[in-house]
Ligand binder design. Structure first.
Ligand code: PLP
Length: 382
């Protein structure tokens, strides 16, 4: 099942990324190999290459533009819907006071403020397509992807903006409304009678190859890790500093493992291992849209430290999404409910240090109405 073997090149680049984040400075490379690795590492981090005009000196991250990409316009006026996505970052970080208590304060990063899929996946769809077009600016290209809706919406939006086509492959386990949403957004939609597994992804790969399309592959495309290192993690750094948080840890769901791995690499290197990172997966036998069990195979978590993986059932995820709505007034998706359930479990086990914790809420609740309605009508959930 697990096919994500060690990618030696990524591993070397992440070693350099870690050194840069730990030291907070960039040193000039001495050999061509070092230069290539440094340049790849700086690309992942969103920094300019140091000028290094013959001198050996250190450059601070700020000198190389580390935070410059995150610069939203003050009054939120944008020249295009693409700008509405990437120039509107950071997504909000909000304190959930009804879930805070006993010296522990909890905050949520609201990824449903992204405009295309109302989810964290806009980031990934945007960078995968932007990277593709920067390498190969072909119009008329067809994008292929296996998706549980969110990446599909992001890709359909990017396809619309860039004049491309998207063919999306959805697992059986996803709500019916997804087909309509994705078709409205202009994508071709194919339902497969199974869940997203490695075999499913391989079939999409094979089809794209046969039909001359491009399989972007959010599960292995390093643009996924990159967008979360360059933006999501950096935004959280700026936001937690601005709010003077006593940061103790993060909690996030794992699907491709992109966002949680990037947050772990960033914060553990920049601030130390005392910042805890908790991953959330569906309990054995449960299916929660957007997240998967780690053993089903995911790439970047193999390069990141995760302190604990917490199992959550679909029922717990739904109950906690409802709890968030009823206590805080925000209608979040099932993986956000799962993350909240995991946080409450750790609170219950008295495991959390005094200070601030950040939950990543990947999306909005509107896509999961079928799950909520069966739950509320007492039909049980599948
Ligand atoms: N939650 C939802 C709703 C998602 O759509 C996804 C990813 O598709 C995740 C969580 C997991 O995020 P990641 O793929 O970064 O692990």
């Amino acid at each position: 099942m697990v096919r994500f073997g060690r990618d030696e090149e990524l591993s070397e680049i992440l070693t350099v990324v870690s050194e840069i984040l730990r030291g907070g400075v960039v040193r000039c490379p001495e050999t061509a190999v070092e230069e290539r690795l440094l340049s790849r590492a700086l690309d992942l981090l969103g920094c300019r290459n140091p000028p290094c005009e013959g001198k050996s000196r250190e450059y601070t991250l700020e000198e190389l533009g580390f935070f410059e990409e995150i610069s939203p316009p003050r009054l939120r006026v944008f020249n295009s819907t693409e700008e509405l996505l990437f120039r509107n970052w950071p997504t909000p970080l909000v304190r959930l006071s009804s879930f805070s208590g006993k010296g522990v304060r909890v905050w949520a990063k609201l990824e449903f403020f992204n405009p295309f899929s109302m989810s964290v996946k806009d980031r990934v769809g945007w960078l995968m397509v932007s990277d593709l077009l920067s390498r190969n600016p072909r119009r008329g290209v067809v994008l292929y992807e296996a998706t549980s809706t969110n990446t599909g919406m992001a890709l359909a939006a990017m396809a619309a903006i860039k004049g491309l086509k998207a063919k999306l492959f959805l697992p059986a386990t996803i709500q019916k409304a997804s087909d309509t949403i994705l078709k409205v957004m202009g994508a071709e939609v194919y339902r497969q009678p199974k869940s997203i597994t490695v075999e499913f992804i391989d079939e999409v790969e094979e089809l794209a190859r046969k039909e001359g399309g491009v399989h972007l592959n959010q599960f292995e495309n390093n643009a996924n890790l990159k967008v979360h290192l360059r933006y999501t993690a950096k935004e959280l750094d700026l936001q937690t500093r601005e709010a003077s948080l006593r940061l103790q840890g993060f909690m996030g769901g794992v699907g491709t493992s992109g966002h949680l791995s990037a947050i772990s690499v960033y914060f553990k290197n920049r601030y130390g291992d005392h910042i805890k990172v908790y991953g959330v997966q569906p309990a054995a036998g449960s299916t929660i849209p957007g997240i998967r069990r780690v053993e089903s195979g995911m790439k970047w978590i193999n390069y990141a430290k995760v302190d604990r993986i917490v199992d959550v059932t679909l029922e717990e995820a739904i109950e906690h999404a409802i709890r968030v709505a009823r206590r805080e007034g925000i209608f979040v998706g099932l993986s956000s409910g799962a993350v909240t359930a995991a946080y409450m479990r750790l609170v219950g086990e008295d495991l959390l240090e005094e200070g601030d914790y950040v939950l990543i809420f990947p999306d909005h609740g509107f896509k999961y109405l079928e799950f909520f309605s069966s739950y509320l009508e007492g039909e049980g959930v599948h």
